[in-house]
Design a protein around this ligand. Sequence first.
Ligand code: HEC
Length: 182
Amino acid sequence: MTQQRLSAATWKAEIVKMRGFGSPLPAADEASVIAYLAAHLGPSVPQPPPNTVVTAPPVTYTNAETSASASTASASTTNANGAQLYAQNCAACHGAAGAGVPGAFPPLVHDPVVTAANPAAHISAVLKGVHGKAIGGKSYSSPMPPFAQLSDNDIAAIINHERTSWGNHAPTVTPAQIKSAR
Ligand code: HEC
């Protein structure tokens, strides 16, 4: 219900009407009652415009710091994983920089399988191992052990590390390619 806003003159007219209905307002109080009504229920009282809905401005929660550090972390994790997994699983034979050990373990730097555009032989070597293969005209008496126990992600990271390190510039692989080669 909306309270009507009336001027002092209108309130006076209202009071005159109420008198007519038998209102007991004493004439001595009439002026102060009109002043009171006009002051508190008069047209000069500032009112919010009708249908004004006060809404808070939309708040967008941004956390630039978190998202920035998260993307940095994931990017560096991918690179670090390949290098780290290579160091843990392969470097003992092929060397930290892929140079191999002459006569014992083949180098992976500029190796035809590691630098081939088609990664099938590279993936197969890591998943299934290599034995009795002459590489660059050299035979190796010890076999390359299979690494099928590593996850698709880990093998892809290792292969990509070999394909993009030490001067190698070969196309990279996805974990899905490892999965389908198993
Ligand atoms: C125990 C030693 C050893 C470890 C560990 C090892 N390799 Fe080998 N790798 C070899 C030997 C030996 C050969 C060559 C085998 C042959 O020609 O018969 C080889 C061959 C390869 C080849 C084939 C190269 C070609 O031209 O055919 C690739 C690729 C390769 N290794 C990658 C890896 C990766 C990746 C890892 C780690 C996940 C790894 N190796 C761990 C010893 C090892």
